[in-house]
Structure formats: C-alpha cells, structure tokens
Design a protein around this ligand. Structure first.
Ligand code: 9D3
Length: 238
C-alpha cells in the first residue's frame, strides 16, 4: 500500500515540480519510484475566498507578524481530504509541538495517509487548530523560517521506515535511537573506519583489524555506551 503525503503550504514551490530537492535523491527517491510513497503539495492560497486571496491577517490584540486565517486552511484541508477516500492523520509543524522522536516517526510510517500543514507565519488562528485537532510536531528548540523544511525532515524520516525503502532491510533497526544495548537502553552509534589503515599519521583501533568478531562486537558496544554517556546522557535515563 502506498503512503500518501499531502502538504498544505503557501509555498508549494518548496516541494518542487517533481520532488523537493531533499526528497528527490537517495532513499526517498527510490521509495517513490518503487511506489511506496507519493506526495502532493497544495497551495492554501487557492482556497482563500477573499478578493486578494489573502491567507493571513493582523493579530487581534496587536503585535508583530501575521496570523493564518481559519477559512482558507479549513477549506484546503477539507478539499484535500475529499480527494482520496483514505482517512488522513493531520500533522501541524509548529514550534509549539512536541519535539519529534523516533517512536512517533515509526507510528506515522504505519498510517495510509498523512496531511502535513506547514506555514510561513507567526502562527495559525487558534480556532482552526482546535477544529482540525492535529498532532502538533516541532523539530526542536531552534527557529526555522517556516514549517516546510520541517515537513520535509519528517517525510524523510517516515519514508525510510517504509517496508522495502532501504536496500539493506535491517539497517534501519540499527540506527541511533533505535539501537538497543543488551539492557534495552538506547545508544548512539560507535565510531567507524575504512581504508586506508593509516591516514595523516592516524591509525585504526587494533581490535577492528583482529578478525575476532566477538571481541569487535564487545568493543563496539563499549564505544556506544561510552559515547552515549559523554554526549547524550539523557538517552540513558529511564
Ligand atoms: C516568537 C515567536 N516565534 C516562535 C518561536 C514565531 C515563529 C517563528 C518561526 C513562528 C513560526 C516559525 C516558523 N517555524 C516553524 O514553522 C516550525 C519549526 C521551528 O521553527 N523550529 C522547530 N521546529 C519547527 S516545526 C515548524
């Protein structure tokens, strides 16, 4: 079954004519060519019923920036949802959302159809958020110019989890944040090395050249734990 993404945005050009640059190569491009995923960007402006096709207006109460109006977005969602009988899971990309984590990515990868709402505005009118009742997702604590790149990041993370998207079927299981130590703990990846054996006077850890696969596996696990302790101790908390 093909996963369908619909992206609602006032900048559909960011998603390209064929594919956004970020999704036009590598795993997402292959997944699309294989029919595992399709995506459609829709311009919210096309649904504005006022005469200048305005999608935003000044905030009640004053202040900087513009607020996305309810009507164009609501009508866009309804029209896009009606274009395909599969039910959508609505997702709003917003700095107010829950920080994106791999478990949500993996849950979303099981849905038939995802509706992503991305914008370049101060925010949405709260009433349309209430009516749409979307899952609100943020990428983290930094400020982007808009939600479109966040939508592409989310799409990329989901697409690579679709069955058949990776050449190496088990490599997504071994990722950081999916990798588990024997105690079930989430761990960062270990360091990797390839040829040449010496580069700019730097060698390669001897154990990796030993051919002792048990010893190598134990060394890698120790490196994973060491790095996680040093760099991301939060991952080791329960
Ligand atoms: C002071 C108010 N700003 C909130 C931090 C306004 C604002 C800035 C940037 C409102 C929207 C945006 C555009 N960002 C997104 O739409 C966005 C986002 C982000 O900026 N950081 C991390 N994740 C995301 S998901 C969508």
């Amino acid at each position: 079954m093909t996963l369908r993404f619909d992206i609602l945005t006032t900048f559909p050009e960011m998603f390209g004519l064929e594919a956004p640059a970020a999704l036009g190569l590598s795993i997402p491009a292959r997944a699309r060519a294989a029919g595992l995923v399709e995506w459609h960007a829709t311009n919210i402006r096309d649904f504005a019923e006022n005469k200048h096709s305005k999608t935003d207006d000044r905030p009640f109460g004053g202040g900087p920036g513009m607020v996305m109006m309810c009507q164009p977005l609501w009508d866009a969602v309804r029209a896009v949802e009606a274009s395909d009988p599969r039910p959508t899971t609505r997702i709003l990309l917003t700095p107010q959302g829950a920080p994106l984590k791999q478990p949500l990515v993996e849950e979303l990868a099981t849905r038939p159809r995802l509706l992503l709402i991305a914008g370049h505005y101060e925010g949405l009118d709260e009433r349309v958020i209430e009516k749409l009742d979307p899952i609100e997702v943020s990428l983290g604590d930094y400020v982007l110019s808009g939600g479109e790149l966040a939508a592409m990041v989310l799409m990329d993370a989901i697409i690579r989890k679709l069955p058949g998207a990776l050449g190496h079927e088990d490599s997504s299981e071994e990722d950081s944040f999916s990798a588990r130590g024997p105690g079930g703990e989430r761990l960062l990846d270990c360091p990797h090395y390839t040829k040449p054996r010496e580069w700019m006077g730097m060698g390669v850890p001897e154990v990796l050249l030993s051919g002792d696969h048990g010893k190598i596996a134990r060394w890698r696990l120790e490196q994973m734990r060491e790095r996680t302790r040093a760099r991301r101790p939060d991952l080791l908390e329960p």
